[in-house]
Unconditional design. Structure first.
Length: 301
C-alpha cells in the first residue's frame, strides 16, 4: 500500500483577481485566514483520524506578499515531493484556482514520457481566457481550466504553478458544467477538452464508459473535485447555491468510477470551506467526509 500525504492550507477564498492594465494583466489579492472551524478540520478529525498520513501545511506560503504566486509554488512543490516518493496525495482544502499547481507538481514527479490526465468534476467550466475576454477583471477561480490547457495565463502557469507544458485538452475529462455563460461555453468547445454534460453525468453508465475510455489513454490521473458538483442541499456551506446537481450518493457513485481506474495519483476536495454558520459547516463536512472516504477506499486505505 502507498503512503498518504495530506496537504492543508488555512487560506480562505478571497476572490483573488486578474486585473487588466495598460501593460497587460496583473494579479491582485491578499491572504485571509479562516475565522471559524472548517469542514476540512472536521474531516481530518474524523475520516483521516485512523489513517496513517503525513500532513503538509502550506499556509505560511499563502501569507506572502503575492499569495497568488507563493501559494501555488508551495503547493506544486509539496505535491511533487509526495508523488516522487510514491505517496498518494490528497489536497484536503483549497479552491480550483490552484488546480494548475497540483498538476504542475504531478507532472514534474512523473517520468517525462508519462501521460497525465485530469478528471474535472465541477458545476462550472472555469475557463475564462484573459486575452480575449471583454471584461477588465475576473476572479482567479475563473481561469484554472483555461490555464491548465494552455489557453491563457502562460506565465502564471509556468512560473507560479510550475506546470511547464499545458495539459492537452483531450487529456482532460470535464463533468457536469451545468452553470456557464456563452464565453465559457465557447472556450471549452474550442479547447478540445472531453465533455460529459449535465445529462451525460446523470447517466451513470454513460459516465462509467467515458471514464473507462479516458483512463485507457492516460498513465496517471489527477482528480479535481469541486463541492458544487453536488446539489446545493448537500453543500450548504458553499459560498453560493447553484441550481441543479446530483445528490451526494449519486456523485459518490460517479466518483467511484474514477477511483476504480486505479490511476488516480492525486485528488483535490475543494470549495467545501468558507466561513459559514456551524450548522452549514457541519452538513458540508459530512459531504466532504463521504467524498474523502470514497477516495481513500479507492486507494486502498
Amino acid at each position: 500500500m502507498n503512503n498518504l500525504t495530506v496537504i492543508r492550507c488555512n487560506h480562505n477564498y478571497n476572490a483573488w483577481k486578474a486585473v487588466r492594465s495598460e501593460t497587460g494583466w496583473a494579479f491582485a489579492g491578499v491572504f485571509r485566514p479562516f475565522e471559524k472551524p472548517t469542514a476540512a478540520d472536521a474531516v481530518e478529525e474524523s475520516a483521516l483520524s485512523l489513517i496513517p498520513h503525513t500532513t503538509v501545511d502550506v499556509t505560511d506560503a499563502a501569507k506572502g506578499t503575492a499569495p497568488w504566486d507563493t501559494l501555488p509554488r508551495a503547493l506544486s512543490d509539496a505535491v511533487c515531493a509526495a508523488v516522487k516518493q510514491g505517496d498518494k496525495v490528497l489536497s484536503l482544502n483549497g479552491y480550483c484556482m490552484l488546480a494548475p499547481a497540483v498538476a504542475g507538481g504531478i507532472a514534474r514527479a512523473l517520468p517525462p514520457q508519462a501521460k497525465l490526465g485530469v478528471v474535472w468534476l465541477d458545476a462550472h467550466y472555469d475557463d475564462i481566457v484573459l486575452e480575449t475576454t471583454g471584461v477588465d477583471e475576473t476572479t482567479l477561480v475563473g481561469i484554472p481550466l483555461s490555464t491548465l490547457v494552455g489557453c491563457t495565463a502562460d506565465e502564471w502557469r509556468v512560473n507560479s504553478c510550475k506546470l511547464a507544458k499545458p495539459i492537452p485538452g483531450d487529456r482532460v475529462l470535464h463533468a457536469d458544467g451545468r452553470v456557464w455563460v456563452d464565453e465559457e461555453r465557447n472556450t471549452i468547445l474550442q479547447s478540445g477538452v472531453r465533455l460529459v454534460d449535465e445529462q451525460g453525468f446523470a447517466d451513470l453508465e454513460r459516465w462509467r464508459q467515458a471514464v473507462a475510455d479516458f483512463a485507457a489513454e492516460v498513465d496517471a490521473i489527477y482528480l479535481m473535485f469541486d463541492a458544487d458538483i453536488m446539489a446545493a442541499e448537500w453543500v450548504p456551506g458553499f459560498y453560493r447555491a447553484e441550481p441543479g446537481g446530483l445528490s451526494r450518493e449519486e456523485v459518490l457513485a460517479r466518483l467511484a468510477c474514477v477511483m476504480g481506474t486505479g490511476k488516480v495519483v492525486a485528488a483535490s476536495t475543494w470549495c467545501f470551506d468558507f466561513d459559514r454558520s456551524p450548522e452549514a459547516v457541519q452538513a458540508t463536512a459530512e459531504s466532504q467526509e463521504a467524498v474523502v472516504k470514497e477516495i481513500l477506499n479507492g486507494w486502498g486505505f
